[in-house]
Design a protein around this ligand. Structure first.
Ligand SMILES: Cc1cc2nc3c(=O)[nH]c(=O)nc-3n(C[C@H](O)[C@H](O)[C@H](O)COP(=O)(O)O)c2cc1C
Length: 188
């Protein structure tokens, strides 16, 4: 079955917002990608799922590298602007710089990174697959900069959110009690 855009079944996920930067035949560009996922620790791999007509798609296919800046909670306006404008029509980096947003140079790849993000990753394209209507670009992380004082911007039900109250995670005592019950269900 399909899970169309804007329907309850496709809006229930809680996601990060990746600010994906590229620099290729269409010039330097940035777009917002909620489908940005860590998919391997060793090596560190990040997957971003991009619509084929997008400017970033053409740039990534051409230059085989991209930047991933995970949006901070106060980057809601930036995430909205980068995700609602097309790099084929607008020099978004120039436009966003004039609005006061900052981009910083990468060290190992050509695209810039977004200043103020909770983390920045410089990625080299390892693989691309197209299982459905998005291309999954899997990038190997060459450089990771993490800013632990920042809070992430979350996306859910097509709205932007800040993380709220921390909820309880079972502690040692609870885990021990559950382990006793688990004993009875062990497969031989
Ligand atoms: C909050 C938000 C999340 C988005 N997530 C995705 C996504 O995961 N994948 C995708 O292909 N497009 C996503 N988009 C749409 C792209 O950001 C949008 O099509 C953008 O204009 C593409 O820019 P480009 O053509 O300059 O590459 C999202 C947009 C917004 C506002």
């Amino acid at each position: 079955m399909d899970l169309p855009y804007g329907t309850p079944a496709s809006m229930t996920f809680v996601t990060n917002l990746g600010l994906i930067t590229t620099d290729g035949p269409l010039g330097a560009n940035v777009s917002t990608i909620e489908w940005t996922h860590l998919v391997s620790y060793t090596p560190g791999l990040i997957a971003v799922c991009v619509d084929p007509p997008d400017a970033n798609h053409e740039n990534i296919e051409a230059i085989k590298e991209f930047g991933v800046s995970l949006a901070a909670a106060d980057q809601n306006v930036l995430a909205s602007l980068a995700g609602n404008t097309k790099g084929r029509k607008i020099d978004k980096i120039g436009f966003l710089r004039e609005l006061g947003f900052s981009f910083v140079p990468s060290t190992q790849i050509k695209p810039p990174l977004v200043e103020g993000a909770i983390a920045q990753y410089e990625c080299k394209l390892l693989q691309q697959i197209k299982p459905g209507n998005r291309t999954v670009f899997i990038g190997e992380v060459l450089v990771a900069n993490v800013f632990p004082d920042k809070e992430p911007l979350a996306y859910h039900q097509r709205k932007f959110w800040k993380l709220g109250e921390q909820v309880h995670k079972p502690g040692k005592e609870e885990l021990e009690k559950q382990a006793e019950v688990m004993e009875k269900y062990k497969r031989s």
